[in-house]
Every structure is written in structure tokens, then in C-alpha cells.
Design a protein around this ligand. Structure first.
Ligand SMILES: Cc1ncc(C[n+]2csc(CCOP(=O)(O)OP(=O)(O)O)c2C)c(N)n1
Ligand SMILES: [Mg+2]
Length: 605
């Protein structure tokens, strides 16, 4: 696969932007400014040069210079501002956008306080290895320039320290020229695998100072060269030998791109070596789940259960955890660049896996190389996914009539969706991969990354933004706790006419933690009946649909019966096709799938 320059990919995307309603909104009157006059104009111009399509933000005085430059110098396009009601939503939207496109948009947050709000979403994007360019600002670094009180509380001597442990790089450039270079470097680094958020802190004084002289023009593409990380040919040959020799190879299809070519190459590789393939709902779809070689989505199932004699991990999240307790009877090939991001603060690097052959390379580059080494004639994927993105509802299982479950949601929604191409932008904690087939890398884009509840709505809005014009209908299914923590992201979708369906799997509880309380009670011989106290979200029940309507979205429900589900989903999907944001509140009974409960309770007994 040939590398593509991220800046050039973004150009095409930015050109498409105008086709949607979003791009026609909030058009400023012309300012007449046609040359950069201030430090922040240079920063804004650099975002334009990098073709950053959007900047999700919550405003603040610390970056009022940049704000003015985007509106009055750039005319509020490339990037276009997307106003958010909370900084966590701003970053989550950028995270969701990156999950679909693989490239970053920007988010802007005000000084230390806005950055504090943004931290959880930045941590989610970090753990998810997704690129986000977070712009921030500090009050004037020069104390002589600070306004009394407010500029002092909103100035920190090392603001980047707030997020340094979970960003790939941060900087506080001291001049317009340095700001330009910092933004180019930020874009370049955020886009190089392993991808991750970066943070640039623009000094208020630098933004607002008049430009003493024009900067010499530069070609941004030359400062953001694509980095393709291939494995050396001798290691590919060794890996191919091992794969050929294996009798029961197992592929752990982990963090891979959304590219259809990469998808087809993985199918071709699995078929070439007759390997079973395991995937993970935490990350985006990596293999067709109705392929005969598909072996299921694992929550840390050991390969012993497949009697594998060789494991090929394509950057699997937590390979060490998956192999715990049974890695002696088979060989392990690991393909990953993730070690380049590991630091001493976050343990999100997971357990250290045993490895027999390590390929420090991009899995999307390695798979076609392995195919070529195995069978040169069949190498090279086609541009179209071999599995058409057409859904058929899953066969109904024993679905009771008494109380709805997430499985009812899956079944009725899948039926209502019919043949429409959709993207599942978020799934609740208790979701089973068997309920919904994935046949395209954009059928599902994975979870929140860092286990930070509240990311679901924002990530879904960002994914929906990126999917505009793709013909895919975005559907996010969120727990009620997740929905309520991130619900204000929906206002941004409603305001900027970003069509999206959110289904709330509403068990009226932070139910995950009820299970934890039950476990503790059991271990301590105390009443499990009390597990709901401090967990249940009822009395009063929250009006989920009302929270949608309050922000200009359509609200349906609460639904309590199976017969209401399909028709309401159909109505909501039609509304989304017409450009609306719709929320359907489905009351589900508290309870998790057996697999989820088992995964949660492992190691805690
Ligand atoms: C920011 C944050 N706060 C708290 C938690 C702990 N936590 C994990 S799952 C969960 C419950 C989430 O509730 P909901 O989205 O309704 O899903 P449910 O468990 O009910 O299916 C909580 C509170 C977390 N992971 N992240
Ligand atoms: Mg819940």
C-alpha cells in the first residue's frame, strides 16, 4: 500500500465539506483582511495550510486572538468552528472524526481550565491511538501584560504538564514563526503511527501581537512527510516461513486502519494460510464477522481454546493479557509500533507479551508483504471490500417479552436498518459481536479507548461529522450513564445539522458497578440485595428523549415493549436520513451477557 500524505488526504475531505449543511452555517461577513497581521493569523493560516477541516471548541479569552483569526481572517472555513458546550465534547468529537478518517481535526480549549475539562477525552483518544490536535492557550507569559486576577489564575508555568503523560508531544511556541513550526510538527507527529493526541499552547501575547514582518512562505507537505513503517524483507520472509509451517494459525486482528484494501488483504492472508481470526469490539472492525474463518470477538480468550500452534497479532490491544496462562505451546508473531508510545506514567501499554518474532511495523503494511511472500501471484488487494456493506438481521434467539435487553435493541435495529449502509459509532458495554455482522471496516469503529464513560455521544457526533456524504448512516448505542455524561455533544450535532441516531440502552443504572458491589458483597458475606444503592438512576427517572429535545434533536421513547422498537427505529432512521439528530430511549433490564460478566469478574474473585 502506498503511503499517502495526510495533508493531501485532508484536502480532498475539506473540499467535500461544502456539500453539507454544516459548511453553509455561521458564515461571517467579510473582514477585508487578506494578509496575516497578527501572530494568531499565522497560526490560523497554518491550520488552513494543513487543511484541518474543523476545529471543535469552547471559547475563552486566552485564545481570543486565534478565534478572531479563524473567523475574520480565514472566514471560518478550513477550519470551520464547531461550537461545543463542554471541552470534553470538543475533544471527543475530534476523536470520533479520527476514528473514521484516520486523520486529525482540531479542538481548541481555553487555558488551564478548558484543558482540565478536556483531559478525559484526551486520555480516551490516547488509549485509542487516535490523532487529535488540541490547541490551547495561556494567559500572557509576560507577567507585565497580565490583567489583574483572571489572567493570573489562568496562567500556569507549564500548562502542557496537565496532559503531557497522555499526549505524544506538546509545545508552547514563543513567536509566530515558532507557532507555525509547532503546528506542522504537531500534525506530522499526531499522524505518525502510533497515532495520538498532541497539545499546542499558544501564548495570548504571541497571538495578539502585531506581526513585525511577513514569514517566508513554505510548503507544508514538505514538513509533514508521510512515514511508512514496513518490516525488513528478511523478517517478512521469516514470518512467512512460520505461517507456512503452522498447522493451526490464529490471527488476532487488532488495531488496523479503516481502509478497504487493508481489510481485503487480511481476508486474503487468513485464506492463504487457513487461519482462524479473532477480533475485538474495543477497536474498529478488522475482519468480516460472518466469514467462515472468523472465530469470534474475544475479551481476552487465550488461544489455547483454538488449539493454535501459532499466533499472529496485528497490533492486538493487550496481547500479553490475551496470552496469560497459556503461551507455551505455540509461537507468537507480534506486529506493532505501539512500543514507541509507551511511557512511565500510563500503564495502558498492558502486560508484556512473550514474542518469538517481532515486526516493528504497521500491520496494514505488513499484511500485503506477508501475502506477497506467501503467494506472490495472489498479492495485492482490490479497492473494493469483498463483503458488501449490506446487513441482514441476525436470527432471533430466545428473546423474552417481559423486559427488553440490548439483544432486543440489536435485533430490532438491525431489522429497521435493513439494507442501509450504517456505521456503529459506539456500543454499550454489554454488546455481543454475534448480534450484528460486520462486513466493512466502517461498520463499527470501536469504543472509547480509555474506558472513560461519557465519550459515547461526542465520539458518535465526530464520527457522524466525518461520515457526512459517505452514504453511511451513523448509529451510536450508549448506556444511559454514558449518554448523560456526554449528552451536550448532541447540541453541536443539532446545531451544525450533523445527522446521527443515538439509541440509549437505558437500564437506569450505572449497572457495571452494581455488579462490582454484588461481587464485593458476596465475597464479604453481606446482602447482595443492596448492590443498587448509589448506582440506580431512577426516582426520578431521567427523561432521555427530553434531554435530546431540549437541545434541538428529536427524542423518542421511553420504549418498553418489543413491538414498539422496530417501528420507532424506522421512524428515527428516516428522520436521520432527512438530516436530523434523533435519540431513542429504550428501557432495558439491568443485566449483562455471560461473556461480559465473565470478563468483568476475572481476577477479582
Ligand atoms: C469517567 C468514568 N466514571 C466512572 C467510571 C466507572 N464506570 C465504569 S462503567 C460505569 C457505568 C456506566 O453506565 P452506563 O453507561 O449506563 O452503562 P451500564 O453499565 O449501565 O451498562 C461506570 C460508572 C468510568 N469508567 N469512567
Ligand atoms: Mg446504565
Amino acid at each position: 500500500m502506498s503511503p499517502t500524505n495526510p495533508a493531501r488526504q485532508a484536502t480532498a475531505r475539506a473540499a467535500k465539506r461544502d456539500e453539507f449543511a454544516t459548511g453553509s452555517l455561521e458564515r461571517p461577513i467579510p473582514s477585508g483582511a487578506n494578509a496575516p497581521g497578527f501572530g494568531s493569523d499565522v497560526a490560523a493560516e497554518t491550520l488552513r495550510a494543513l487543511n484541518i477541516p474543523y476545529i471543535a471548541l469552547n471559547p475563552g479569552a486566552s485564545y481570543r486572538g486565534l478565534h478572531d483569526s479563524i473567523v475574520n481572517y480565514l472566514g471560518n472555513e478550513t477550519p470551520q468552528m464547531l461550537l461545543c458546550l463542554h471541552e470534553e465534547a470538543a475533544v471527543a468529537i475530534a476523536h470520533g472524526y479520527a476514528k473514521v478518517t484516520g486523520t486529525p481535526m482540531a479542538a481548541a480549549v481555553h487555558s488551564n481550565v478548558g484543558l482540565f475539562h478536556a483531559t478525559m477525552a484526551m486520555f480516551n483518544a490516547w488509549c485509542d491511538r487516535m490523532p487529535v490536535i488540541v490547541l490551547g492557550a495561556t494567559g500572557p507569559v509576560d507577567a507585565m501584560k497580565r490583567r489583574p486576577w483572571i489572567d493570573w489564575i489562568h496562567t500556569a508555568s507549564d500548562q502542557g504538564a496537565i496532559v503531557r503523560n497522555f499526549t505524544k508531544w506538546d509545545d508552547q511556541p514563543a513567536s509566530p514563526g515558532a507557532a507555525r513550526e509547532a503546528l506542522l510538527r504537531a500534525y506530522w507527529l499526531a499522524n505518525a503511527a502510533p497515532k495520538a493526541p498532541v497539545y499546542i499552547n499558544l501564548d495570548a501575547e504571541m497571538q495578539e501581537s502585531r506581526l513585525a514582518e511577513q514569514l517566508p512562505p513554505i510548503d507544508p507537505a514538505r514538513f509533514t512527510p508521510p512515514i511508512e513503517t514496513a518490516a525488513p524483507a528478511d523478517l517478512i520472509a521469516r514470518a512467512a516461513q512460520m505461517l507456512k509451517a503452522a498447522k493451526r494459525p490464529l490471527i488476532y486482528a487488532g488495531r488496523v486502519s479503516r481502509s478497504p484494501e487493508g481489510w481485503n488483504a487480511r481476508i486474503a492472508l487468513a485464506e492463504a494460510i487457513n487461519a482462524r481470526v479473532v477480533t475485538d469490539l474495543k477497536i474498529g472492525a478488522a475482519f468480516p464477522t460472518d466469514h467462515p474463518l472468523y472465530a469470534g470477538a474475544t475479551r481476552g480468550v487465550a488461544p489455547d481454546s483454538f488449539e493454535a500452534d501459532l499466533v499472529l497479532s496485528l497490533d492486538w490491544v493487550d496481547l500479553g493479557g490475551a496470552l496469560r496462562g497459556g503461551a507455551t505451546s505455540f509461537k507468537i508473531i507480534q506486529v506493532s509500533l505501539d512500543q514507541n508510545l509507551h511511557n512511565g506514567w500510563s500503564m495502558d501499554y498492558q502486560a508484556l507479551p512473550p514474542v518469538d518474532l517481532f515486526l516493528a511495523a504497521d500491520p496494514d503494511v505488513v499484511v500485503p508483504a506477508l501475502l506477497a511472500a506467501l503467494a506472490p501471484a495472489t498479492a495485492g488487494g482490490s479497492a473494493k471490500p469483498r463483503y458488501a456493506p449490506v446487513f441482514s438481521p441476525v436470527a432471533p434467539k430466545q428473546l423474552g417479552d417481559d423486559a427488553l435487553t440490548n439483544e432486543h435493541i440489536a435485533y430490532a435495529l438491525c431489522q429497521a436498518v435493513g439494507e442501509r449502509p450504517i456505521t456503529l459509532t459506539h456500543l454499550p458495554l454489554s454488546w455481543d459481536a454475534e448480534w450484528w455482522p460486520f462486513r466493512h471496516p466502517l461498520d463499527q469503529i470501536g469504543g472509547d479507548g480509555g474506558g472513560g464513560v461519557g465519550g459515547g455521544p461526542g465520539i458518535s457526533v465526530g464520527a457522524a461529522l466525518a461520515l457526512q456524504g459517505s452514504g453511511r448512516l451513523p448509529i451510536g448505542i450508549c448506556g444511559d450513564g454514558d449518554y448523560m455524561m456526554g449528552v451536550t455533544a448532541l447540541w453541536t450535532a443539532a446545531h451544525y445539522r450533523i445527522p446521527l441516531l443515538i439509541v440509549v440502552a437505558n437500564n437506569r443504572s450505572f449497572f457495571n458497578d452494581e455488579l462490582h458491589q454484588e461481587r464485593v458483597a458476596r465475597i464479604r458475606g453481606r446482602p447482595v440485595e443492596n448492590r443498587w444503592i448509589g448506582q440506580r438512576i431512577s426516582d426520578p427517572d431521567v427523561d432521555m428523549a427530553g434531554m435530546a429535545r431540549a437541545q434541538g434533536a428529536l427524542g423518542f421513547g421511553p420504549l418498553t415493549e418489543m413491538r414498539e422498537l422496530k417501528s420507532t427505529f424506522e421512524e428515527a432512521l428516516t428522520a436521520v436520513e432527512q438530516g436530523h439528530v434523533a435519540v431513542v430511549d429504550v428501557r432495558v433490564k439491568p443485566g449483562y451477557t455471560a461473556a461480559m460478566t465473565a470478563a468483568m469478574t476475572r481476577k477479582t474473585e
